[in-house]
Design a protein. Structure first.
Length: 324
């Protein structure tokens, strides 16, 4: 177990370093541990719309200026689009979304064999970009291919590349999100994709946390190439929250005088290549705790390093998390 350095003065990064993700807000079921304790017992569309809007209000008031959604996050794009329409003066926001997964759970949490279906085809892009544009309108700033792995046609399909390049010509930044133990390979393959001699991708959203830091070097390369880099799952789907934290994480958090979630997100924000670190908060208290992430000393970052797991093991654990 790493030894927690002595507590000292804590300064938080700017709230603009953080974004609000809606994966756990836009649909009744998700894989965040303990989420069932934080949401209304009746997860109706109206209840989650109200919760999403209240979290967007709180995040914007706190200085957060990046909101993240996806076609597969149930009605997240709809909820974000409604909030944007009600706040026309919020022109300093960056809005990102993702295509490539289709939501199939039909607003259910149980008895659902598959909650979302992935397909990175031209046909799915053509359908989903229209859907995203209908809900987010001109506020769609960044559009990512959702959950790309090294075998995805998103890395090799010239027809799809032409579609994405055309969207980029309209002013939308094109990128990809990654998942799985080969995230670094995916990022490096995407860095090499060009259309008409120019790089196609200019943004990436990847999982990075103190349990799964393997993508870090590749994300540093992407940042050096001018990409906009967003960190997702900085709390490992709840494994790094106070409820499920290991004694080692608790010890370092206690030394820093912060919650485990704030410590986990602080570690992500400390990476020099990270432009935005997403909060997946579903309550105002969680959001406030996330945004209390301190600037970490090199000693505290070093104390967190032994928590890293082999990438294959991390992703096996993630795949086994229940939808609830």
């Amino acid at each position: 177990m790493p030894t927690a350095p002595a507590a000292g003065p804590s300064v938080s990064p700017s709230p603009t370093r953080f974004g609000l993700g809606t994966a756990a807000l836009g649909r009744p079921g998700y894989i965040t541990l303990g989420r069932e304790l934080d949401l209304p017992a009746e997860r109706t569309v109206a209840a989650l719309r109200e919760r999403t809007h209240s979290l967007l209000d709180a995040a914007y008031a706190a200085g957060v200026r990046y909101f993240d959604a996806a076609r597969s996050y149930g009605r997240a794009e709809e909820f974000v689009g409604e909030w944007l329409a009600a706040h026309p003066g919020a022109t300093d926001l960056t809005v990102g979304s993702k295509w490539g997964y289709t939501y199939t759970a039909d607003w259910r949490t149980s008895g659902v064999p598959v909650h979302e279906v992935k397909e990175h085809s031209v046909a799915v892009f053509d359908r989903q970009v229209k859907e995203s544009r209908a809900l987010l309108g001109p506020r769609l700033d960044i559009y990512l291919v959702h959950s790309v792995t090294p075998d995805s046609p998103a890395l090799t399909d010239p027809a799809l590349h032409d579609r994405l390049a055309a969207l980029a010509e309209e002013g939308v930044r094109i990128g990809l999100s990654t998942s799985g133990p080969a995230q670094a390979d995916t990022v490096r393959a995407a860095l090499a994709v060009t259309v008409a001699g120019r790089p196609l991708f200019a943004a990436v959203q990847s999982t990075w946390n103190v349990l799964e830091p393997s993508a870090g070097p590749a994300l540093a390369e992407a940042h050096a190439a001018g990409w906009f880099v967003v960190v997702k799952e900085g709390m490992a789907n709840g494994r790094l929250a106070d409820r499920g934290a290991t004694p080692a994480l608790r010890a370092v958090a206690a030394g820093a005088g912060v919650s485990c979630d704030a410590l986990a997100l602080a570690a992500a924000a400390a990476q020099p290549w990270a432009d935005i670190v997403l909060s997946g908060a579903v309550t105002a208290a969680q959001l406030a705790s996330n945004l209390a992430a301190p600037v970490l000393s090199p000693e505290r970052l070093a104390a967190l390093a032994p928590l890293a797991e082999p990438a294959e093991a991390y992703w096996r654990t993630r795949a086994a998390l229940p939808w609830a």
